[in-house]
Ligand binder design. Structure first.
Ligand SMILES: Cc1cc2nc3c(=O)[nH]c(=O)nc-3n(C[C@H](O)[C@H](O)[C@H](O)COP(=O)(O)OP(=O)(O)OC[C@H]3O[C@@H](n4cnc5c(N)ncnc54)[C@H](O)[C@@H]3O)c2cc1C
Length: 457
């Protein structure tokens, strides 16, 4: 399907931004590509989104995003940004049957330090499947008059122009294998974790960006269940958190639209959960808390068990690389976070907001450099929190950590213990996890001082 039209009314939507930029191409129609297209449509005459898949006209599974079978938590910050880009989206998801979850009142969270308190925290989550969320966002973007989608079109390389810029994108049709090129004023790669932009850059004489990888060797196994008839417990979400070094296993279960539960089991440090159906249940029974196993053991499964192991945190440092001035790389293609922290879609939305801010400055010079710097600083708090926690899993035990990191580990354990006893601390933890508060807010005296005192004891 190729849809393309520029309506005169779109110019009002530009809010005075001139259409001087012409044509922008987005590689990939995942969450990052869709949000980027939404933002670029304000500044470019035409935005073309290429995807190698057929994009279903509904909340369907597709090959290009195998992660969509797994639980996708939308952090509160991500929800706020999606609502900003697509007003009314949250109400649409609610109408589609996605529950609203207070992450404390409607959730049971068992940590290595004990159970978090349950109270009305106001830290909310709209619990949707990834398929539904992506489709609803895509529908909104399809309705932007100057955005067109080209399905079954795989980007295969970048073609250099005469100066320090990209002239076009090389692509291959997945229908008949024919090769084609798309001329562009700007190219934004949002092709996800497996982005080939580093190789494409090398092929046209640039260096690939340096990478930082932090791999906790974490595996996922997910199975979907029907919510049992007459189920009336007071929770919509369950979580069992792993804890380094003794508890490498954890999991979550959440109700989403369609009267379904998604149950996810995780194992860290190479303790991968199995994908056999009986073995999945045995692994659930081996978690340090029985809550997930208790929920699924007598429930009806409605899927097989799906595994996933490509979960390393990976940052490609485009902000430091010399790049063509009209090439941008966003979303997972630039920075992937260990998915258990549930922040990837939100960092994609933060990247889209960074893009908007850079474009709103209306300075075409050094666009790529300015965007990548802003994107790097925007996603940095999430990266630091995730990578710091995951680095522990590469140490064999507490002794190996060194004094300073050992102390830090003790303090963060005490912060968690405090959260099990104190609603205000639990709320701050939730806000940090949902990217509505900075990690520095955990260092306020009311939290840090008691945690330090207990650690010293
Ligand atoms: C197991 C798992 C669980 C996750 N859970 C969560 C969660 O709970 N919460 C959360 O916020 N995030 C979660 N994430 C992360 C989240 O899926 C991504 O961070 C987020 O969707 C942004 O991804 P993206 O759009 O950059 O890439 P993707 O979603 O991977 O999309 C990339 C798109 O590019 C297309 N494509 C790829 N190559 C080409 C090419 N050469 N030419 C054309 N098209 C191409 C693909 O078909 C695809 O449509 C999870 C990820 C995984 C793996």
């Amino acid at each position: 399907m190729i849809r393309f039209a520029i309506l005169p009314s779109h110019r009002q939507y530009n809010r005075g931004v001139k259409d001087e930029h012409g044509h922008a191409i987005v590689l990939g129609a995942g969450v990052s590509g869709l949000l980027s297209a939404r933002v670029l449509s304000e500044s470019f005459d035409l935005v073309t989104v290429l995807d190698r898949d057929v994009l279903p006209d509904g909340p369907g599974d597709r090959k290009g995003v195998p992660q969509s079978r797994h639980l996708h938590s939308l952090a509160t910050k991500g929800s706020e940004l999606l609502e900003y880009f697509f007003p009314g989206l949250d109400a649409e998801l609610s109408e589609a049957g996605c529950p609203s979850v207070d992450q404390s009142l409607h959730a049971i969270t068992d940590t290595p330090e004990g159970r978090l308190p349950r109270f009305a925290s106001g830290v909310m989550m709209r619990a949707a499947s990834r398929d539904l969320l992506e489709w609803r966002v895509r529908r909104r973007v399809e309705n932007i008059p100057n955005v067109r989608f080209v399905h079954k079109m795989e980007a295969t390389g970048l073609i250099r122009g005469s100066s320090r810029s990209i002239k076009s994108v090389a692509a291959r049709s997945r229908d008949d294998g024919s090769e084609t090129t798309f001329e562009a004023n700007l190219v934004l790669d949002a092709s996800g974790n497996a982005s080939r932009a580093p190789e494409w850059l090398e092929a046209i004489g640039y260096e690939a960006p340096k990478e930082t990888v932090v791999d906790a060797r974490l595996g996922y196994a997910t199975r979907w269940y029907e919510v049992p008839e007459g189920f009336d417990a007071d929770w919509k979400s369950l979580a069992v958190l792993p804890g380094w070094p003794d508890n490498p296993r954890g999991g979550s279960l959440r109700r989403v639209e369609g009267n379904r539960w998604t149950a996810v089991l995780v194992g860290i440090g190479g303790d991968y959960p199995p994908t056999g159906e009986d073995a999945f249940e045995h692994f659930a029974a081996s978690l340090p808390s029985p809550i997930i196993h208790d929920a699924i053991k007598n429930s009806k499964p409605i899927s097989s068990v799906y595994g996933y192991r490509r979960t390393a945190n990976r940052k490609r440092h485009y902000e430091r690389a010399p790049l063509p001035e009209n090439l941008l790389v966003a979303g997972d293609a630039a920075c992937v976070l260990n998915p258990t922290y549930g922040q990837g879609m939100t960092t994609a939305a933060l990247s889209a907001m960074a893009l908007k801010k850079v474009l709103d400055e209306r300075r075409p010079e050094n666009l790529s450099r300015r965007f990548h710097k802003k994107q790097a600083s925007t996603v940095s708090p999430a990266w630091t929190a995730t990578a710091t926690s995951d680095r522990q899993w590469s140490a064999a035990g507490v002794k190996e950590l060194g004094r300073a990191r050992r102390f830090l580990h003790r303090v963060s354990g005490e912060v968690m213990r405090l959260a099990t006893e104190d609603e205000a601390t639990a709320k701050t933890l939730l806000e940090v996890k949902n990217l509505t508060a900075s990690p520095a807010s955990l260092a306020r005296p009311g939290i840090l001082l008691p945690a330090l005192a207990r650690s010293l004891r």
